[in-house]
Design a protein around this ligand. Structure first.
Ligand code: HEC
Length: 139
């Protein structure tokens, strides 16, 4: 009986030691992609859909389009100024309009675009708040 108690104590000690070793994430250390997902869900998902596939003839997909994978400055301008269906996107026309999202903070725009450029099968570099600041200055 004593032996079992001893093993129990030893096990507890080992467990609490292991738990103490697990690094705890300090608040605010979420990655840009994690934060960007939340921004996407709140502001973009209704039109561009959960998987970024869009709605045929209405809202364009965000999967490997020339905007998503292309020049960051141009991409940020789409978010800031919105987009009217006057020019085709990769040879397709979409009848809906993209509303301007210049009310979003620099960090939110950087995060949501980093999320988009790293998801839906896209593999492109992150967008930083410095990129967003530069784009805003050109407005
Ligand atoms: C009300 C619907 C709507 C919302 C909300 C919306 N978009 Fe759009 N978005 C559109 C439409 C429609 C277009 C294409 C407009 C055109 O054809 O001129 C577009 C175009 C784009 C484009 C460029 C074209 C492409 O497919 O690559 C990107 C990038 C984009 N949106 C990202 C976003 C992001 C990120 C958000 C959230 C911050 C967002 N959109 C919110 C409807 C929307």
């Amino acid at each position: 009986m004593k032996k079992i108690a001893m093993i129990g104590v030893a096990l507890c000690a080992t467990l609490s030691f292991l738990l103490a070793q697990t690094p705890k994430k300090p608040a605010g250390s979420q990655s840009s992609v994690t934060r960007g997902k939340k921004v996407y869900e709140q502001y973009c998902l209704t039109c561009h859909q959960v998987d970024g596939s869009g709605v045929p003839h209405l809202n364009p997909p965000l999967i490997k389009t020339s905007f998503v994978l292309g020049d960051k400055g141009k991409l940020i301008q789409v978010i800031l100024k919105g987009m009217q269906a006057s020019e085709p996107i990769d040879d397709e026309y979409y009848s809906n309009n993209m509303p301007p999202h210049n009310f979003l903070k620099d960090q939110e725009i950087a995060d949501v675009l980093t999320y988009v450029r790293r998801n839906f099968g896209n593999k492109a570099s992150a967008v930083t708040t410095a990129d967003v600041k530069t784009a805003r200055a050109k407005n």
